[in-house]
Design a protein around this ligand. Structure first.
Ligand code: CDP
Length: 212
């Protein structure tokens, strides 16, 4: 039986770093599902195709190769914005969710992070975490990330973006961002990455113990 760890949460909550560490710790395959939405958006933009045509976007979504996803190529702010726009389209979500579910069955186990993993993609996941932090902390983390990468950033506009993205992700009709009923909540507002990892590990170890 494949063990699956579902990690959901809002923009810049620290899911990515946490998921990669968890996958490494347990020797599991990791999929950042946000990249599947970003790759679809980038392919549309690169081909000069519209971002508001659901049939076209679905066709492009079905061609996304999960093995070729690279966050450094997909990290641009405009791609993130475009991703959250096409992510409201049910046909796009169906196509990407199918590919994500196939991935989740890889042996010996998988870690998937996103917005709807515990609720829609892997409702039977072995363990579900909902990782969050206050909008202020998330905006600060994103700000620090950009500055550390040598870029320039404006905290206030990042904060506005974070709130706008939350509204779009939580307010959409298809698969809105929300914790699954059986998810463990992990508020990392006051936690370092290391502390968040240790808290997650304790929850995961307990869940795996029950399954094995
Ligand atoms: O890293 P960031 O928080 O900017 O977002 P991301 O994980 O790269 O995802 C980009 C966008 O894709 C999100 O704002 C969501 O609208 C969408 N997404 C989704 O709808 N469902 C997922 N499972 C993952 C991402």
């Amino acid at each position: 039986m494949t063990l699956t760890i579902a990690i959901d949460g809002p923009a810049a909550a620290g899911k990515g770093t946490l998921s990669r560490r968890i996958a490494e710790e347990y020797g599991f395959h990791h999929l950042d599902t946000g990249l599947t939405y970003r790759a679809t958006a980038k392919a549309l933009i690169d081909a000069g195709l519209p971002l508001d045509d659901e049939a076209v976007a679905e066709k492009v979504a079905r061609e996304v190769e999960l093995s070729g996803l690279d966050r450094s190529v997909l990290s641009a702010h405009a791609i993130g914005e475009a991703a959250s726009k096409i992510a409201v389209m049910p046909a796009v979500r169906r196509a990407l969710v199918e590919a994500q579910r196939d991935f989740s069955r890889k042996e010996p186990g998988t870690v998937l992070d996103g917005r709807d993993i515990g609720t829609v993609v892997c409702p039977d996941a072995t363990v579900k975490l909902y990782v969050t932090a206050s909008p202020e902390v998330r905006a600060k983390r994103r700000y620090d990330e950009i500055v550390a990468g040598g870029g320039t950033a404006d905290y206030d506009s990042i904060f506005e973006d974070v709130k706008k993205r939350d509204e779009r992700d939580m307010g959409r009709a298809d698969s809105p961002l929300r914790p699954a009923a059986d998810a463990h909540l992990l508020d990392t507002s006051e936690m370092s990455i290391e502390a968040a990892f240790q808290a997650a590990k304790t929850l995961i170890d307990a869940a795996l113990q029950r399954k094995i």
